[in-house]
Ligand binder design. Sequence first.
Ligand SMILES: Nc1ncnc2c1ncn2[C@@H]1O[C@H](COP(=O)(O)OP(=O)(O)O)[C@@H](O)[C@H]1O
Ligand SMILES: [Mg+2]
Length: 227
Amino acid sequence: MIHFQGVSKIYDTKSKALDNVTFKIDDHEFISFVGKSGAGKSTVVKMLIGEEAPTRGRVILNNIDVAKLPRTQLPLLRRKIGVIFQDYRLLPHKTVFENVAFALEVNGRTEREIREFVPQAIELVGLKEHAARFPHELSGGEKQRAAIARALIHHPDVLIADEPTGNLDAINTWEVIKLLVKINELGTTVILATHDKDVINTLGKRVVTLDNGRVIRDEADGKYIIA
Ligand SMILES: Nc1ncnc2c1ncn2[C@@H]1O[C@H](COP(=O)(O)OP(=O)(O)O)[C@@H](O)[C@H]1O
Ligand SMILES: [Mg+2]
């Protein structure tokens, strides 16, 4: 379970990026954060992965206060939470297989584990035929699916997607969203941050609307209504 308790974030003294934000996310939920650019979506994401600390309030993940985690424990947290971004962040000189495998290698996993787990993750995202390709040989949608395979390699409890379809056309957008829904149905909590109205209005899932750092709406089966 994730619990934001009265969280505020001030990057500089001028304005609040988040202003007294409170919400709970249950295990296995699919939840979207929507709002205009600058509304605070990425700040929510950064706090969940311990990249930024709240100025006020608490971010609780499975009964742990994320801001109080010693920095040495952060890699452990990152294995429980997979993250994907708008710009994919694949290593350009590694193939799809190598990109996914690298996430295991840096954790000291064995060659045998890599040979077992990497093909499973690549198969799940539908990139079996493209495992030997380099990022520049993939479409945007395929690159994002490769990033998703990498994010899932540690079997995280939570997958966070920050504007995952921001660089994709309508068809690729839909493929990525369908994949997120499938991953959620397999048991992973999915947190989506987006300003894509069409995606939200076809999902039919919980929507939290942020405006100027405040939660102005939180509805099951919500819609994207411009603040
Ligand atoms: N590192 C930072 N330093 C200063 N201000 C920041 C920083 N990151 C974000 N902000 C500001 O915080 C607000 C929320 O930003 P962000 O969370 O990135 O919103 P969103 O993802 O919804 O576009 C914006 O006003 C933005 O300019
Ligand atoms: Mg953002």
